[in-house]
Every structure is written in C-alpha cells, then in structure tokens.
Design a binder for this molecule. Structure first.
Ligand code: ADP
Ligand code: GLC
Length: 492
C-alpha cells in the first residue's frame, strides 16, 4: 500500500519530543512489513541543512493570509528513507532557525495558523500524486494539530485517498480565532460545531478528528481517557461521537537507536541478548553510571559497588510531566536517603529556575542540565538506576520505554501509555517475574516519593533488583506488533 505520512517534525532532522521519534520509526517499521511509506515535512532551516541531494519536483501557488505563496515540493535523500522524504518549501514560513513551533523568546510563532494551513494544503496537493512520479498514496496519515487540516482539504477532492489522523497529545489543539479562519480562506461551511468551530474559535485538532476516516491515539488507555472530561480538554463529546472510528495503538520504539548493546553514546555497551552478556550487563551499566556521575560532577569516588542510587529524569519541563512533583519530593528524598538525581530538560522558565535553585542548594546530590542533548539523554537512560516519569497524563511516553530497555526501572503514574507499558513491582509481580517498574496512583509528591522509596528498597536487594531489571530489558517494545495494527487499520 502507498502511504503518505505528514508530520511537523521527525528525528533525526528536527525533534522536540516523541512525535519526532514516531514520525521517524513508524514509517521504517511499516516499510519493513512491505508497505511503501513516504514522509513529508515542512522545509525548516534545520531540515534543509541535514539532508542531501535536494531536487525540486514541482510547485503550486497556494493561498496564505493576504498573499499567495509559491510552494515548492522538494525531494530529499536520507539513508533510512532513501529518496522518499519530501519537503514543503516556503521560505517565508519555514526557513527559520530553531524550534519549529516557538521562537527564541519561547512564544508561538505568530503566523503558526498560516504556516500549518499552507503545509496542510500542500500535503492535500501531494495526496493527488507526487509531482514528476507515478506514486499516488492510498492512505494519507497525518499527525497532531499541525496537520489537522490535511484530511479536511483532502475531503474536498474526488477520488481521494483514505485518511488517518493520529492524536499524540490532546493538550495542544492548534486553537485559532474566527479572524484567522476567515483570513485563511477556509470554506465558510466548515464554521460549524460539526466541523472545525470550537468554543468560539477554530481548532485544527478538531478538524483532524472530524474529517478523517480513522482517528487513532498512541495508547489504548489514552484512547479511553480522552473520552472523559478529565483528559478530553473539552473534546470528549467529539471523541465519544467518533465511536469505533477512534482507536488506541501503542507506540513502539526504535530498537536500533535505543539499544544499550550498540549505543555509541555510551562508554560501555551492555545487554542481555545472550548468556555471556547476561552475566556482565550490571558491570556495563555501572561503568555508565560512573561515567555519567563524573561528567555531571556528582561524587563518584567509591562507587565501585554502585551503592548510592542514581535517579534520572528527561523531558519537556511542562505541567504534563509532573516536574513539580519531582521538585516537591527532592528535599525529603535527599534528607532521608543517599540518592542522587540527574535531570535533563527544558521548558517553562519557572520550572527551570526552581530546578536550578535546588541544584545550587544540593550540589553533591542533584545535577540539572537545562537544554536539549541527545547524548546526555542516552547516557541518563543507561547510567541511572531508576527513571522518574510522574506525568499527570501521558498519551504514550517513550522515555519510560527507553528506560525499560536500558535496565533502568521507571517510576510512573498510572495513566495513558505509562499504565500500558509498566508493570508495578508488587510482591506477586516480582514473584511471577512480570514486574518492570514502580507505579503510583495519586498525582502528588507523597505518592511519587513512596513509589521511589519502594524502588530504593528493592534496589538494596541485589537478586530481586537484578530480576526486575532483566524483566524490564526483555520487554517487547519494538514496533512490529503495533505497526501490524496500523496495517490492519489501513487495510480496513
Ligand atoms: P513527549 O513527546 O511528551 O515530550 P515522550 O516520552 O514521548 O514525551 O518523548 C520525548 C522524547 O524527547 C524522547 O525521545 C526524549 O528522550 C526526548 N527529549 C525530551 N526532552 C529532551 C531533552 N531535554 N534532551 C534530549 N532529549 C529530550
Ligand atoms: C506526545 C505525547 C507522548 C507520546 C508522543 C509520541 O508528545 O506527549 O506521550 O509518546 O507524543 O506519540
């Protein structure tokens, strides 16, 4: 089947979070199953700088706000995707440095409505066939609000491909004003509560939901949660009305990029894929812990026995991720245990400032790195003993899966994909060798702390700890099963 993926970010070209990982790894997994998946992205400056062999395939003149844009479609080369990466090039909209959605001051680009409407219009043009080739998609699969209008524009053509829309996060809905709606020249009949109108404005996320043939989200639990007011961000009614058009398919991870046996970011590789490695993985992990502690200038002398536990956190510093639960529990954690903590992330200035001030208060216990670092992210997954992911909600979450694979049991809130991927280390689960982490149920710092304490208790029992880590490392986290579910959906 010919499948065109449309996304606003994809690893390794440009990534702000898990969407970038999925837009990279799911097409590869589907191609391995025999599908023909091609990916289209906006031609941001960073993307243009990271691809080879750009070739112009064609252009269209498409409406923006008060101007008509010359929109070029470029073919680019990248090793894993071959020549099947397409870029929508509109320099006035996308040739900008840095983050794809916000400028250096941290605020949304003021023309985001126009940027992603023009991108979506261009993808709808591509859905009729890639210029200069005979390739026509059977399915167009778009992701998150930035591509919400893709299915809407496609719905105006006949014949047309089928459309799938995946929601990665309900918290970001691409909400714009009526003035934007009219100045973008969108069809007036779309201004209704059955279409894109949403509480007096218009929502690109809603457009994706109502105009697509199928709607998915990234875990079965999140698919149920978003049909309730607690997680639905006022879209619960729309989502309920989709009935069985809505389904949840768990994300997988890229088993090559995130493989402790081959990961080039690590000082020593380790794993459990054969009996010999199984005897040595803990020593490999300890080497990474020592290297990490040294790099971030936390005490590592005398750690040969790996005694003081090291906890890690990686993520966007936003309310979703429960950063405040972490900052609230740290003083007590430090006063009652010998644990150390490494945090990597960037986001809201208030969280960044609070974390930095805690790091200044506890210099020998806490290291905070504000910023984005692929290198450090891999080293934290490998070098820590426990991974903290106390998200308030988590559509799927990839970091907890990376930590499972790296033998770093995650401590998670029971929500979304965290609930679907982590099995709590209850006595029974430990006995049955199904336990892979620590799960708590109340979203507060005490609940997080007591889950961490349960973790530290087992950490002090080497045999049980080893079993827990090995169960985590053995978990099937790849894409194969989920990619087959997408295949079934496309076939349907
Ligand atoms: P979300 O998409 O909500 O941010 P996920 O867990 O699905 O959460 O994916 C986050 C991805 O972004 C992971 O690949 C993670 O390693 C990466 N990431 C997040 N923040 C950083 C950072 N500061 N530095 C490096 N990688 C990061
Ligand atoms: C979103 C979600 C995250 C999910 C990712 C990829 O950013 O917050 O939970 O893993 O998308 O689907």
């Amino acid at each position: 089947m010919n499948i065109l993926f449309a996304a606003s970010e994809a690893f390794p070209f440009i990534k702000t979070g898990g969407l970038g990982d999925v837009a990279h790894s799911l097409p590869i997994a589907l191609n391995e199953l025999g599908e023909d998946v091609r990916l289209v992205l906006p031609a941001y400056r960073d993307v243009l700088a990271s691809v080879d062999s750009l070739k112009e395939l064609g252009f269209w003149d498409l409406p923006g706000i008060g101007v008509t844009h010359r929109v070029r479609v470029l073919q680019a080369h990248q090793d894993e995707l071959g020549d099947f990466l397409y870029l929508i090039d509109v320099p006035s909209l996308f040739d900008r440095p840095g983050n794809p959605y916000v400028h250096s001051g941290g605020f949304n680009w003021p023309d985001n409505a126009e940027r992603f409407t023009v991108f979506s219009r261009a993808v709808a043009q591509l859905s009729k066939g890639i210029p200069g080739t005979d390739w026509v998609p059977d399915v167009v699969h778009s992701h998150d609000w930035q591509t919400g209008l893709v299915s809407a524009f496609i719905s105006m053509s006949y014949p047309r491909p089928k459309t799938v829309f995946t929601i990665h996060n309900m918290a970001y809905d691409g909400h714009f004003s009526y003035a934007d709606f009219t100045s973008l020249g969108l069809p007036p009949e779309w201004w209704s509560s059955d279409h894109v109108e949403f509480y007096g404005g218009f929502s690109m996320l809603k457009a994706g939901m109502v105009f697509s043939d199928q709607v998915t989200t990234v875990s079965p639990t999140y698919a149920r949660e978003i049909c309730t007011p607690e997680y639905g961000y006022r879209f619960e009614g729309v989502l309920q009305s989709l009935g069985d058009k809505l389904s949840g398919i768990l994300n997988g991870i890229d088993l090559e990029t995130w493989n402790p046996e081959t990961d080039s970011h690590l000082v020593q590789n380790y794993g459990i894929s054969d009996a010999k490695k199984k005897k040595q993985w803990a020593a490999g992990k300890l080497a990474n812990k020592q290297a990490l502690l040294k790099d971030v200038a936390l005490p590592y002398e005398g750690l040969a026995e790996g005694k003081a536990p090291l906890l890690g956190f990686i993520g966007r510093l936003v309310e979703q991720k429960g950063v405040d639960l972490v900052t609230s529990m740290l003083p007590e954690l430090f006063s009652t245990t010998d644990a150390m903590v490494v945090i990597l992330g960037s986001g809201h200035m208030s969280y960044e400032a609070e974390l930095l001030s805690l790091a200044a208060q506890y210099p020998s216990r806490l290291h905070v790195h504000i910023g984005y670092s692929e290198d450090l992210a891999h080293q934290i997954e490998a070098g820590c003993d426990l991974f903290l992911m106390p998200s308030r909600f988590e559509p799927c979450g990839l970091n907890q899966m990376y930590s499972l694979r790296y033998g770093t049991p995650p401590v998670v809130n029971f929500t979304g994909g965290l609930a679907d991927t982590v099995t709590d280390a209850s006595d029974m689960a430990l006995q049955e060798k199904t336990a892979s982490g620590f799960v708590f149920h109340d979203v507060n710092a005490d609940a997080l702390l007591s889950a961490v304490m349960r973790g530290l208790e087992i950490y002090r029992q080497p045999e049980r700890w080893k079993q827990l880590c090995e169960t985590a490392m053995q978990q099937d986290l790849g894409w194969e099963l989920s990619a087959k579910k997408y295949q079934e959906l496309y076939n349907k």
